[in-house]
Write a protein that binds this ligand. Structure first.
Ligand SMILES: NC(=O)c1ccc[n+]([C@@H]2O[C@H](COP(=O)([O-])OP(=O)(O)OC[C@H]3O[C@@H](n4cnc5c(N)ncnc54)[C@H](OP(=O)(O)O)[C@@H]3O)[C@@H](O)[C@H]2O)c1
Length: 407
């Protein structure tokens, strides 16, 4: 999930979360990326059920065959050898910069960070063990030193800074993104990569915090990979290798366009926008009909998130239909098509709004305002004050594993 609101919240959460112990220097080439990671790679190889060469699998997704790349095809020594002449210049140290940068560094690659001097990210990077003048530099200096330029500024900042960054991305360098946003919507962002560099994408399907925690657990996040421009003939291979380097377990091939369309669509849809809308609508009707806030919240959010959604995650909605009561099953079978029919035109409208660039223009306009932070806070304050979420605080406080929530 990657909504801009969620990114901000997750970035804040990531910054509040305990950090890994600072590592002050690049690990030796021989060092493993982590014992846990190695063990997990071995385990995933053992558990492989698909056909094809080990590490590159053709899998059957409900009748459609797709190629999936995996980390086990890139043992650490091969990865380090592949990038032995490269400097990965990570531009931006927010949610993704933090997760991807630390993972690549722990994988023994030569990583440097480029951020605004003395800004919030500069301080965070120093807390994480990046050393000014050694592997932490102002943006322009980092780009000059890097061979692979990983543009992990916020999407609005990628557009705002492009004019000063573009001339530094010279022939022979590789330009890397984690979202198709900037180049796909170039008419609005004005991000047009130089013609003589490879342009690739690795988009982790989760927050930077998850990118880091899964890596430390020896797992790996699912990521999309894509190629926008292949000058060397090696762009795809580089994207796969970089995906592994930054902590991906499995890599799914896509295009820049499909990545950005699906991502913007999903976060506005069931990942956040639609779910907030549905929660609110259901809650309001319960309240209008005399149900207490606790009853309305329990029936709308608590049961969903604590009981049913985790089961859907583990076993699918098809399983839920088999596992629930006969009464619930009858009702859900009857009402699902009603919701589908009512929502289909909205989802179609949403997809069109993404594809024709309306969502991008809104995002660039809003996130590029000088008053961005104040304007955002006003809107978030409205959500904070909604009765449903205030009631939720009390409901959550009764959970056996409750820990006081920081404001
Ligand atoms: N977060 C996610 O869940 C997620 C998931 C997948 C892909 N992505 C993609 O990954 C990329 C990075 O996203 P993110 O969420 O990691 O970004 P972010 O947390 O918002 O990070 C923003 C970074 O941009 C810098 N920045 C902001 N405005 C700037 C400006 N005007 N000039 C220079 N630097 C500026 C910030 O530095 P300061 O601290 O100095 O302001 C910070 O280092 C985006 O393309 C995003 O779409 C994100």
């Amino acid at each position: 999930m990657a909504s801009s609101l969620a990114r901000t919240a997750l970035r804040t959460a990531a910054r509040r979360a305990p950090r890994a112990l600072p590592a002050v220097s690049r690990p030796a080439q021989a060092a493993s990326y982590s014992l846990l990671a190695k063990a997990a790679a071995a385990k995933s190889a053992q558990c492989a059920t698909a056909s094809g060469t080990r590490g590159v699998k053709t899998l059957d997704f409900a009748g459609t065959k797709e190629v999936v790349y995996e980390r086990s095809d890139w043992p650490l020594a091969k990865l380090q050898d592949y990038f032995k002449n490269d400097t990965l210049a990570l531009i931006g140290y927010g949610s993704q910069g933090h997760g991807q940068g630390l993972n690549a560094r722990d994988n023994g690659l030569n990583v440097i960070v480029g951020v605004r001097k003395d800004g919030e990210s500069w301080k965070q990077a120093m807390e994480d063990g990046w050393v000014p003048g050694e592997n932490l530099f102002p943006i322009e200096e980092a780009i000059n030193k890097g061979t692979i330029i990983m543009n992990l500024l916020s999407d609005a900042a990628q557009s705002q800074t492009w004019n000063s960054i573009a001339p530094l991305i010279t022939k022979g360098k590789t330009l890397y993104f984690s979202h198709g946003f900037s180049v796909v919507f170039k008419d609005d962002t004005h991000v047009v990569p130089p013609k003589d560099v490879d342009v690739i994408l690795v988009a982790p399907k989760g927050s930077g915090r998850t990118v880091r925690t899964l890596f430390k657990e020896g797992r790996g996040i699912n990521s999309s990979i894509a190629v926008w421009q292949d000058v060397t003939g090696k762009a795809k291979e580089k994207a796969i290798a970089l995906g592994v380097a930054v902590g991906s377990g499995y890599l799914y091939e896509t295009t820049f366009e499909k990545e950005v369309y699906s991502d913007l669509y999903g976060e506005r849809g069931v990942l956040m926008g639609a779910i907030q809308g549905l929660f609110l609508a259901q809650y309001q009707v319960l309240r209008k009909n005399g149900h207490t806030p606790s009853e309305a919240f329990n029936e709308t959010v608590e049961e969903a998130t604590q009981s049913l959604y985790p089961l859907i995650g583990q076993k699918g909605m098809d399983y839920m239909f088999n596992a629930c009561s006969t009464t619930a099953r009858r009702g859900a079978l009857d009402w699902a098509p009603v919701f589908e029919k009512a929502n289909l035109p909205i989802f179609e409208q949403l997809y069109e709004s993404v594809k024709n660039g309306t969502e991008t223009r809104k995002s660039l306009e809003f996130n590029g305002r000088a008053t961005y932070r104040e304007d955002l806070n006003k809107e978030l304050e409205v959500i904070n004050n909604q009765e449903i979420w205030r009631a939720g605080k009390t409901v959550r406080s009764l959970r056996p594993d409750y820990k006081p929530e920081s404001e």
